[in-house]
Design a binder for this molecule. Structure first.
Ligand code: AMP
Length: 641
C-alpha cells in the first residue's frame, strides 16, 4: 500500500516535512492503513488547544484491526508466542486461536457485566492471557489498565482508586529468576486499601501458588469461566476514534501516578505508520519484544502495532541471563525473528556476561535491533551492533506519546543515524528547545541545548489527556512557553539539537547537574565514564555541595574480570575514570566521589533510579520505591555514602 510514509526512497525528512505542512492530508492518507467501520468527520479537531481529537466521528476497533482482520489470510499462522524460561512453558496461538481465546475472554467479561467504557484492571505476568485480556477489553469497548505484575499493594491500590475498575483479572503468581512472586496477597491487600474496590476478580491459577485463596462472592476461577464460554463469538463494538482504549499509569517522581489515556483511531493510525517506517516488518514475520506488557513498549510493540501489521508477536517471561546469557539470541534463532525490541539496560546487563553467548546462536534472521527507554551510550551501542551485525536503532519516546518522538527510519529510504542520538523527529512532532529555571537555550558549535518541547497539537497516538484530570494534564505538561510566547508540551528531557536535526537526550531536567554555574547532563558524564574499558555501566547524579552548588557523584559497575584487586588498584582505577571525564568534558565535570557497586538501582522497567541515589547521597529519604527492581543495589549506595 502506498501512503505518504512509504514515499519510494525520498527519505523520511520529506515525510516529516509533509506531516507538519499539511497534517490533515498527511494523516488522512496514513489512516488508510487501518480498517474503519465508518469514516471520520474531521481529521483533526483542534478547536480547544492543547486538547486535540484525531479522526472524530470515525468508528473503528483495535481488536478487529489486530485480530479479525488477519483471519482471511493468516488464520493458521502464529499471531502470539509467549515464552517463559521461568515455568519452561511456551504458548503459540495462531490468529484463529487468538481470535477464539479473545472471544471467550470477551464473553466472560460480558457475562460479568462489563460494557463499553467500563475499566478492567489487568494484573498479570507476561503470559498469553495478558494480551488476550487486553484485546478482549478493546473488542467490547472496555478500557483496560495493565499494572505491572507484582507491583506493591499500595501502588496497586492508588491505581485501582484512580480508574475504579469494574473487574480485575489476575493470576496466582509470577516468577522472576526462579523465585515465585505471589500476586494474590498483594492484590487482596490493595483491594483492602482501595476506596473503590472492584466487585469481581477473575483469577488464573498457574499452579505456582497452591495456597491461593478465593474470596467468596468476589473471586472467580478464570479457567472455569473461559471453559464455560469456549466457542463464544462476541461482536465487535465499533467505537469512536476518540474512545479511550486504555489507561496506562506512569509513576513520575511526585504525587499520584498519572493515568495516561490512549485513544483508539489515532493510536491505531500512528502505530501502523511506525510499522511501515521505523519497524518495517511484513505480515507473517516474527517480532521479538522483550518488554513486559505492563509498560508502554509492551502495549505498542508487544501487542497492538505488531498484531495490527499481521506480524507474529513474541513475548518473554524471565531474565535475559537465565538459564544463560544466550537465551534471547536462542529465541531469535529458533523463531527466526526479524526484529527485536529491548532496552539499553538489558543490553548492558548482557555486556557484562561472556561474549561467547552471542556467537553461539544463528541470529542472521535479524534485520534490526531497537532500543529505547534510557539513553543508549555509544560503547554499548557499538558493542551490540558489531556482535549482531545489524543496525541498532535507538528510539526515544515517553509513555505519554505511546510511540517514538525520535527514531531512525529504515522503512523510508536511507537510514540516517548519528551515534549517541536517537535520531530525527517522527511524523507530526514539531520539536523545539526551550529554556528552564536553570537557564536559557544555549548554542555552541552549531548545537543548541535546552529542554526538548513539542509544539502542539501532539500527533495522533499521543495521550489526549490524563484520566479524568484535564487540569493536571494542562498544569503538568503545558505550562511552558516557547521563545514566541506560544504554549508547548514539555518532555522534561534536556537535549541538544544539531544543524542536521539530530537530537541527543542528556537526561531528565530534574537530573541536570549545576556545578559552579555550568549545566551538565548526567548523560554526558556517564558517557565519559562508560568510555573507560573497565566500565560495564554507571549512574551519575548531582548532590548538594556548599561551595560548587552541586558536586558530581558517580556509581560505577565494573565488568567481570576487570575488578581492581587491593586499594592501590582501586585508587588507580578511580584516577583513570576521573581522567576519562577530564579529557572528554573538562575538570568541571570530574566526579567528586566514585563508588563501585555490583549493580545499579533500577526500576522494573529498566531505568536507573537516579532520584533514589541522589536522595541517599544527600542523606535524605529515597521516597517512593514501589518501582524498584532490586533493593540490594540501593543498599549498596546507602553503604557507600
Ligand atoms: P517512560 O514514560 O517511563 O517510558 O519514560 C520516558 C523517559 O525515558 C523519557 O522522557 C526519557 O527521559 C527516557 N527515554 C526513553 N527513551 C529514551 C532514549 N531512546 N534515549 C534517551 N532517553 C530515553
Amino acid at each position: 500500500m502506498t501512503t505518504p510514509s512509504s514515499p519510494g526512497g525520498e527519505g523520511y525528512r520529506a515525510v516529516h516535512r509533509r506531516s507538519l505542512e499539511d497534517p490533515a492530508a498527511f494523516w488522512s492518507a496514513e489512516a488508510r492503513l487501518i480498517h474503519w467501520n465508518s469514516p471520520w468527520e474531521q481529521v483533526c479537531d483542534y478547536s480547544n488547544p492543547p486538547f486535540v481529537k484525531w479522526f472524530p466521528g470515525g468508528t473503528t476497533n483495535l481488536c478487529f484491526n489486530a485480530v479479525d482482520r488477519h483471519l482471511a489470510a493468516w488464520a493458521d499462522h502464529p499471531a502470539l508466542i509467549t515464552i517463559s524460561t521461568e515455568t519452561n512453558e511456551t504458548v503459540t496461538l495462531t490468529f484463529r486461536e487468538l481470535y477464539q481465546r479473545v472471544n471467550a475472554m470477551a464473553a466472560v467479561l460480558r457475562a460479568h457485566g462489563v460494557t463499553k467504557g467500563d475499566r478492567v484492571l489487568i494484573y498479570l505476568p507476561n503470559i498469553a492471557e495478558g494480551p488476550v485480556a487486553m484485546l478482549a477489553c478493546v473488542r467490547i469497548g472496555a478500557i483496560h489498565s495493565v499494572v505491572f505484575g507484582g507491583f506493591a499493594a499500595p501502588s496497586l491500590a492508588t491505581r485501582i482508586d484512580d480508574c475504579q475498575p469494574k473487574l480485575i483479572i489476575s493470576a496466582d503468581a509470577g516468577m522472576r529468576g526462579g523465585k515465585i512472586i505471589s500476586y494474590k496477597p498483594l492484590l487482596d491487600e490493595a483491594i483492602r486499601l482501595a476506596k473503590f474496590p472492584p466487585k469481581c476478580v477473575l483469577l488464573l491459577s498457574r499452579g505456582l501458588d497452591p495456597a491461593m485463596n478465593y474470596v467468596r462472592g468476589r473471586d472467580i476461577d478464570l479457567r472455569v469461566e473461559l471453559a464455560r464460554h469456549d466457542g463464544a463469538e462476541v461482536p465487535i463494538e465499533w467505537v469512536d476514534a476518540t474512545h479511550p482504549s486504555y489507561i496506562l499509569y506512569t509513576s513520575g517522581t511526585t504525587g499520584t501516578p498519572k493515568g495516561i489515556v490512549r485513544d483508539t483511531g489515532g493510536s491505531a493510525v500512528a502505530l501502523m505508520h511506525t510499522m511501515q517506517t521505523i519497524y518495517p516488518g511484513k505480515a507473517g514475520e516474527p517480532y521479538f519484544c522483550t518488554s513486559d506488557i505492563g509498560w508502554q513498549v509492551g502495549h505498542s510493540y508487544g501487542v497492538y502495532g505488531t498484531l495490527m501489521q499481521g506480524m507474529t508477536s513474541i513475548l518473554y517471561e524471565g531474565l535475559p541471563i537465565r538459564p544463560d546469557a544466550g537465551i534471547w539470541w536462542k529465541i531469535v534463532q529458533d523463531y527466526r525473528a526479524v526484529m527485536m525490541f529491548s532496552s539499553p539496560t538489558a543490553i548492558r546487563v548482557l555486556r557484562r556476561q561472556d561474549p561467547a553467548f552471542l556467537k553461539k546462536y544463528d541470529t542472521s534472521s535479524l534485520r534490526y535491533l531497537y532500543l529505547a527507554g534510557e539513553p543508549l551510550d555509544v560503547p554499548t551501542s557499538e558493542w551490540i551492533e558489531s556482535a549482531l551485525n545489524v543496525p541498532v536503532i535507538d528510539n526515544y519516546w515517553q509513555t505519554e506519546t505511546g510511540w517514538p518522538i525520535l527514531a531512525g527510519f529504515p522503512g523510508s529510504g536511507k537510514l540516517e543515524r548519528k551515534l549517541g542520538s536517537p535520531g530525527l523527529p517522527c511524523a507530526g512532532y514539531d520539536l523545539t528547545l526551550i529554556g528552564d529555571e536553570s537557564g536559557p537555550v544555549t548554542e555552541e558549535n552549531g548545537e543548541r541545548k535546552g529542554v526538548l518541547a513539542i509544539r502542539p497539537p501532539l500527533p495522533p497516538g499521543c495521550f489526549p489527556t490524563l484520566w479524568q484530570d484535564d487540569a493536571r494534564f494542562l498544569e503538568t505538561y503545558f505550562k511552558e512557553r516557547d521563545a514566541n510566547g506560544k504554549m508547548v508540551y514539555t518532555t522534561f528531557d534536556w537535549a541538544t539539537m544539531d544543524e542536521a536535526g539530530f537530537v541527543t537526550i542528556l537526561g531528565r531536567t530534574d537530573d541536570i547537574i549545576n556545578v559552579a554555574g555550568h549545566r551538565l547532563g548526567t548523560r554526558e558524564i556517564e558517557e565519559a565514564l562508560s568510555a573507560h574499558p573497565a566500565v560495564a555501566e554507571c549512574a551519575v547524579v548531582g548532590v548538594k555541595d556548599e561551595i560548587k552548588g552541586q558536586a558530581v557523584f558517580a556509581c560505577v559497575v565494573i565488568k567481570a574480570g576487570e575488578q581492581p584487586e587491593g586499594e592501590a588498584a582501586k585508587a588507580a582505577l578511580i584516577d583513570g575514570l576521573k581522567r576519562e571525564v577530564d579529557t572528554r568534558l573538562g575538570a568541571i565535570a570530574r566526579p567528586n566521589a566514585i563508588h563501585f557497586l555490583t549493580a545499579l538501582p533500577k526500576t522494573r522497567s529498566g531505568k536507573i533510579l537516579r532520584r533514589g541515589i541522589r536522595a541517599l547521597a544527600e542523606g535524605r529519604d529515597p521516597g517512593d520505591l514501589s518501582t524498584l527492581e532490586d533493593g540490594g543495589a540501593l543498599d549498596q549506595v546507602r553503604a557507600a555514602v
